[in-house]
Design a protein around this ligand. Sequence first.
Ligand SMILES: Nc1nc2c(ncn2[C@@H]2O[C@H](COP(=O)(O)OP(=O)(O)OP(=O)(O)O)[C@@H](O)[C@H]2O)c(=O)[nH]1
Ligand SMILES: [Mg+2]
Length: 256
Amino acid sequence: MANLLNRLAPTSSYWPIEIRPTPMRQCGVIRVLLPTFAIRVNPECVMQVKSAEFLVSNTDLDKCPRADKPEYAFIGRSNVGKSSLINMLVSRHGLAKTSGTPGKTQLVNHFLINKEWYLVDLPGYGFAQVGKGTRAGFARMIDAYLTTRPNLLCTFVLVDGRIAPQKIDLDFITRLGEQGIPFVIAFTKTEKLKSGGLQIIQDRYKEALKEMGWDEIPQMFLTSASTRAGQKELLDFIEPLNKEFEPPKLPGDRFF
Ligand SMILES: Nc1nc2c(ncn2[C@@H]2O[C@H](COP(=O)(O)OP(=O)(O)OP(=O)(O)O)[C@@H](O)[C@H]2O)c(=O)[nH]1
Ligand SMILES: [Mg+2]
């Protein structure tokens, strides 16, 4: 699996979604004109998302869905845009709950995509507004999930593209590396940056990681839930991983 992840080339191109206004709709007795929008899903994506459903929210990892399908987790600081990116990725507004107030996601949330693979929305780390005990509880739950989930193929570490590398994110990335958990970095909210800024933030992360002793720089994606940048790149990244997935031996499996 590590080899496959290494083979996948870094990508930084944008794919802005096309929003076409369709003819105005007429509604009611009095003529009210409502604009509607046809959102065209990128036809170039290798994988088209046909279904996306919420399955379960948990603190108890034993109650997560059976680990027999490929799984991808979204993690990052509170409010970085994890839930929004999940919704954008699968083109389902409101599937994962989002909020302008940090700390919205507090459980391990599983979503089933195309009936074939799981997306997991995790609580954010470093949420200052909760007490120390709760924060430590979140950290333990995230750590236990990341280190024990046998079908977790890749973790998407989300970092805010608008701000310089933060110690808390670099420390988290370091722990993933130490524990051998495959991951990539996804910059969020990148529509707020011009192309020069996008290059600068990637370079800063690369420099920071090199200084910390990383030989190989993790793959990076530029995303925006607002403009849908990065949707094609993330789906194109996931698709070949899904194909290589071999279900782990799980308790209750029959051995012939
Ligand atoms: N400008 C901009 N805002 C975004 C983007 N993605 C998310 N946001 C906003 O950022 C805020 C947090 O988004 P969430 O998706 O709830 O963030 P989260 O990381 O899931 O937050 P927690 O669950 O609280 O940890 C919301 O106000 C979103 O509208 C983006 O691409 N661009
Ligand atoms: Mg969230």
